[in-house]
Design a protein around this ligand. Structure first.
Ligand SMILES: Cc1cc2nc3c(=O)[nH]c(=O)nc-3n(C[C@H](O)[C@H](O)[C@H](O)COP(=O)(O)OP(=O)(O)OC[C@H]3O[C@@H](n4cnc5c(N)ncnc54)[C@H](O)[C@@H]3O)c2cc1C
Length: 389
């Protein structure tokens, strides 16, 4: 089926929504994107774009610009919280070197320009209240408007309005983990490496952004009392420093520079069972929110966006196209989410002998078989969603 002239409404101007809007508009669809915010801005935070996410940006014609505005990653260094490096994964050995540290606002700005250039109409201050699936699905906004289209895409993130319409209410579970995020100046001239400092019940991820002028920090702690889900709860930097005060000087040096910090609770949501019905489809976090331990949420949203446009263009009829989209994406999304969920405990080993043995095994594995350690992620990073299956 050609999507030429297909009238599409995309709900949500995040990474997945913007990418889907551009992908469909480039194929000739008439796309309107509804975003609840008053401006296309993003929270100040870093984001890792791995080669599988980059492949989609590149196919959308945005790869060069993304690369120019980001730091290309040279290595990932797993470090004991006091003793320093345990294992170094040299990304220079990857066949595909397109692994980047970028700023969320830069990526969303790039995608928004890309969407507009392709003819997408971006409408701000349009909070969607309800969606009615059907042959001509309808979208009701908080402003009291009702809009109709041939196809509605719910790219409205964690608190999607379309997801419960297709799946019923979701029951998120607190994971027993909270995370802080902050950006600090990169005084120490840190190289283009992501460092993961691992400690009992906690870990701290840091990597450089924007030409190396800043460092992005994400600090995770296991604890019983939960914090509200969502990214914008401000916290006192001293609370963060107190939780990580037994970390060594490398971490202390970064934490001392934190002036503003946000805290959020990490929740597990089931992957949606129904991604599409009645000419409506979910993508990105709206379909399958993921924990941040594999840094894949944005890349998964990009892969979804490409697959959705590709299947609609290649399949006869909207229903068949949407069914093919879910069939193409669901197993991979589940695999990635399970891998991300499994990563937290590996970083947080509590018992000192177990942690010591695990770190020794990591070190040995990294020395004897560095390439095997790195290539365990081939299934994830080498995946190119833009190469039609
Ligand atoms: C701290 C942190 C670090 C992360 N690091 C990484 C990383 O390194 N790499 C990576 O790949 N992923 C990472 N992720 C995950 C990634 O950011 C998300 O998975 C990704 O942003 C999902 O994109 P999305 O487009 O599906 O949803 P979102 O980016 O959440 O976008 C949803 C959009 O919909 C809008 N919206 C919501 N409801 C409505 C409504 N009712 N009406 C209209 N508009 C609406 C919102 O305003 C928003 O603009 C991280 C996440 C966090 C929290």
């Amino acid at each position: 089926m050609s999507v030429l002239g297909l009238k599409v409404i995309v709900i949500g101007g995040g990474i997945g929504g913007m990418a889907a809007a551009r992908a469909l508009a480039l194929r000739g669809a008439s796309v309107t994107l509804l975003e609840q915010a008053e401006a296309i801005t993003e929270v100040g935070a870093g984001l890792q774009v791995s080669p599988n996410g980059f492949a989609v940006l590149d196919a959308l014609g945005l790869g060069d610009e993304l690369a120019a505005g980001s730091v290309r990653a040279d290595a990932i260094s797993l470090r004991d919280y006091r003793r320093g490096e345990v294992l170094r994964l040299n990304l220079g050995r990857l066949a595909n070197r397109h692994y980047y540290f970028t700023h969320r606002a830069d990526l969303i700005g790039l995608l928004a320009r890309g969407a507009r250039d392709a003819g997408v109409r971006i409408r701000l201050l349009q909070r969607v209240e309800r969606v009615e699936p059907g042959d001509r699905p309808r979208v009701h906004t908080a402003n009291g408007a009702t809009l109709e289209a041939d196809l509605v895409i719910g790219a409205d993130g964690l608190h999607s309005r379309l997801r419960p319409e297709l799946n019923g209410a979701d029951k998120p579970r607190f994971t027993g983990q909270v995370a802080w995020r902050a950006i600090v100046p990169n005084h120490a001239g840190r190289p283009a490496e992501a460092w993961v400092h691992m400690a009992p019940g906690r870990h701290l991820v840091s990597y450089p952004l924007r030409g190396g002028s800043a460092l992005n920090l994400v600090a995770v702690q296991e604890r019983k009392d939960w914090t509200e889900e969502g990214w914008n709860h401000q916290d006192d930097p001293d609370n963060l420093r107190a939780v990580f005060d037994d970390f060594g000087p490398e971490a202390q040096d970064m934490l001392a520079r934190v002036e503003e910090v946000h805290l959020w609770g990490l929740f597990r949501h089931p992957v949606a069972r129904t991604w599409q019905r009645g000419h409506c489809a979910l993508l990105g976090d709206a379909a399958h929110p993921t924990l941040p331990f594999l840094a894949q949420g944005a890349s998964m949203a990009l892969e979804d966006a490409w697959a959705l446009a590709d299947e609609l263009a290649a399949t006869d009829g909207i229903d068949a196209g949407l069914a093919a989209y879910q069939a193409r994406r669901e197993a991979r999304a589940r695999k990635v989410i399970n891998a991300a969920t499994g990563n937290a405990w590996k970083y947080h080993l509590r018992s000192a002998p177990v942690r010591f043995a695990a770190h020794a095994a990591l070190k040995l594995g990294g020395t004897l078989a560095p390439s095997a350690m790195l290539h365990q992620f081939d299934w994830l990073y080498d995946h190119d969603e833009t190469a039609r299956p």
